[in-house]
Design a protein around this ligand. Structure first.
Ligand SMILES: [Zn+2]
Length: 157
């Protein structure tokens, strides 16, 4: 479902992937929301000449509360694909691994610390989704341990 078709940020196909992710995470009983914002490219303020890259991003964020949390663990992958392919390993593999981790963690013993599942948008265009989560999302405010599941594309162009 995540890599059934090419689904760059902003496309109807990407809307379908996002709906699948929301359904799946809500189906596990997780508090799930979509961070819908407009964000600049990561590192935009580093002084590159020329224009500004911005994107509308819709990050899917789900939280599994810990029993006695002292911090948060973030499991992160991006769900958008490049424009030239369906993104099977970059990054549907990471996205799928996070859905499976969510399933396992919601069916096993409760963890002490909060786990936040962050499926970001618009990575391929500009890392805008990850930048928006880090800069704006309330769950990111106190930091934590971040595991980012990412892969390289495989096609020789
Ligand atoms: Zn990627």
């Amino acid at each position: 479902m995540v890599a059934a078709e090419t689904h760059p940020a902003g496309s109807p196909a990407n809307d379908r992937v996002r709906a699948h992710l929301e359904r799946t995470l809500r189906g596990l009983g997780l508090q799930t929301s979509v961070q819908d914002t407009v964000a600049p490219e990561a590192g935009q303020l580093s002084g590159s000449a020329g224009g500004t890259t911005m994107a509308r991003v819709r990050n899917v964020v789900a939280r599994l509360p810990g029993t006695d949390p002292t911090g948060r663990v973030f499991l992160v992958a991006h769900y958008d694909s490049v424009q030239s392919g369906p993104g099977g390993n970059d990054d549907a593999a990471g996205t799928s691994a996070i859905l499976e981790a969510a399933r396992a963690l919601t069916s096993g013993p409760r963890l002490r610390n909060d786990v936040v599942f962050v499926l970001t948008d618009a990575e391929e265009a500009c890392l805008c989704g990850a930048a928006a989560f880090a800069a704006e999302h309330p769950l990111a405010a106190d930091g934590g341990v971040v595991l980012n599941l990412e892969a390289r594309g495989r096609t020789a162009r």
